[in-house]
Design a protein around this ligand. Structure first.
Ligand SMILES: C[S@@+](CC[C@H](N)C(=O)[O-])C[C@H]1O[C@@H](n2cnc3c(N)ncnc32)[C@H](O)[C@@H]1O
Length: 387
């Protein structure tokens, strides 16, 4: 359990770590049914501003703890799983601390590297066992050239979590400044003028959507990924995006785990931002806020809204997909594409499908009984014929 007191003044890290802490225990058991080795690669490992005293508030601390727990759980089930981690840190002092810190996790084979992630990436890629599952975390403070990590992004049996520094990209896209490490990969194969032109006339939410869509598409192509959903992490006291966590997977199972972890992270973000706003109001007026929300999440708060809007968009997209396919679609073809595009969990989308079915807005002949709570993969969905 992550303690929000460790994150005072760096609340965005709590969102990122809540995601990791939910993703790892959900994903590892799925992977070890077919891979005997789970590899965690953290290219910008830290430790960075850790407050917990035992590294429970760092990405590598969370990952190694969850890997140790999963290994013990699998051993109870009679399965032996090798847990391997490759961690890179540029700063010599941080690196020395990292080397000491990882001794707390003897169940994991840990390799620490001092220096630039860009220089170590190829050697790490070569060291990973071919049949292992790899989870690669790229969490820089700035904007490295992501193409330097293609050797780790492209292989099969890989999932990636990238911290895309949206604020840098947004500032750069609207100025004449050069940022070669960013324009190199975000520009992809086009000339500079062509791809920047895409953003010039856009403002606010439209521009944010266009920049993040480009980042998602370029990253997908780096490893022929099927899905690249993004989690928006906001500044604490201002309604403004700080960065996007972009996740790459080739499998519907991965996107399902992502959206569950995403939802947990958004709830965490919404709760601390609601509390922070109440505190700011209290400090400004010198009084306790009589109108403070009694619930932890204020419905109008951006992350709470992202959850509500995501479900509304998912409902609309599901109907749109069926409208575009007059012969209908199976659930297994519908849900992954909706989860890729919208902030919605598999469970919530199943509830939406159930509501559409029970109100007659969608025909699902195989869904015979209300006792079946959620659609099955083979259920065929179709819009009713127009009267
Ligand atoms: C944002 S912090 C990482 C935080 C960590 N992932 C976490 O969530 O706990 C970035 C770290 O990367 C290190 N760093 C910066 N540039 C680097 C590079 N090119 N290669 C490796 N590490 C780098 C910094 O010293 C810092 O410790």
């Amino acid at each position: 359990m992550l303690d929000s007191r460790w994150y005072e003044g760096r609340e965005q890290a709590l969102v990122k770590h809540t995601f990791l802490d939910a993703y790892m225990p959900a994903q590892i058991p799925k992977i070890v049914s077919w891979a005997d080795t789970f590899c965690y690669v953290d290219l910008f490992a830290g430790p960075w501003q850790s407050q917990s005293g035992d590294y429970s508030d760092t990405s590598f601390g969370i990952a190694l703890k969850r890997m140790s727990e999963a290994k013990a759980k699998q051993a109870e089930l009679g399965r032996s799983v090798r847990m391997v981690a490759h961690l890179v840190e540029k700063n010599p002092k941080n690196h020395a601390e990292l080397v000491e810190a990882v001794k707390r996790f003897p169940a994991v084979e840990v390799h620490c590297y001092q220096g630039m992630a860009e220089q170590h990436a190829a050697a790490i890629a070569a060291a990973l066992p071919a049949r292992a599952f790899r989870f690669v975390v790229i969490d820089p403070k700035g904007v490295p050239d992501i193409r330097k990590f293609q050797c780790l992004i492209a292989p099969q049996r890989t999932e990636v979590l990238l911290n895309f520094m949206f604020q840098f990209a947004n500032r750069f896209a609207g100025s004449q400044d050069r940022m070669p490490t960013l324009e190199g990969w975000l520009g992809d194969l086009e000339g500079e003028a062509e791809w920047r032109a895409e953003f010039v006339d856009l403002r606010g939410a439209e521009r944010e959507a266009a920049i993040s869509e480009r980042a998602r598409q370029v990253l997908k192509r780096m490893g022929t990924y099927a899905f690249a959903p993004a989690l928006t992490v906001d500044e604490t006291e201002v309604d403004r995006t700080l960065y996007k966590l972009i996740y790459l997977t080739r499998h519907p199972a991965g996107i399902r785990v992502f959206r569950d972890a995403h939802r947990r992270a958004l709830e965490t973000q919404s709760a601390y931002r609601t509390a922070k706003k109440a505190e700011v109001r209290k400090n400004a007026t010198g009084m306790d806020d009589l109108f403070a929300q009694v619930t932890a999440m204020e419905p109008g708060e951006r992350s709470a809204k992202a959850i509500a809007d995501g479900e509304a968009q998912a409902r609309a997209l599901l109907l749109e997909r069926l409208g575009d396919n007059s012969a209908g679609l199976e659930w297994r073809a519908l849900w992954p594409s909706v989860l890729d595009a919208c902030v919605v969990t598999y469970g919530a989308l199943g509830d939406i499908a159930r509501e559409l079915w029970s109100s007659g807005q969608v025909e699902i002949p195989a869904w015979q009984s209300k006792a079946v709570r959620r659609p099955k993969d083979e259920f065929h969905f179709k819009l009713p014929a127009a009267a």
